[in-house]
Design a protein around this ligand. Sequence first.
Ligand SMILES: O=C(O)CCC(=O)C(=O)O
Length: 134
Amino acid sequence: MPHPWPAELAALRRRLQDELGARFNSVLANLYRDGRDAMGWHSDDELELGPQPLIASLSLGAPRRFVLRRRDDPARKLALQLEPGSLLLMGGSTQRHWKHALPRTARPVGARINLTFRQVQPHPRRPPPAAAAP
Ligand SMILES: O=C(O)CCC(=O)C(=O)O
């Protein structure tokens, strides 16, 4: 259920839009209370995000490790430490080719909030079905 933009989030959105020259009409907030809260492997590849979504991911609170792995070769991995105040941009075909996750950690870590700004298309078009062979 969509909510109106609170003033603080609206201000952040304006700043991101100005800096990045992009539009965002939704923000998803994740709260990780401690190292036991985590996000499993996934791609943000929902139809309503379009084929090449730009996702602007702002980290607040405790630093956490963020990992990516290729969908076609899961042994190919990248790891980033997301520091408080950092902005991670995922654009182009990142979601098509990579999955990402925020793993659990046994280290004692405090709470973290992650805000991901996205542009959701209200009436996404499905790609046309592949043409049948003659
Ligand atoms: O908390 C993070 O940095 C990851 C969040 C995430 O993967 C998502 O919202 O899709």
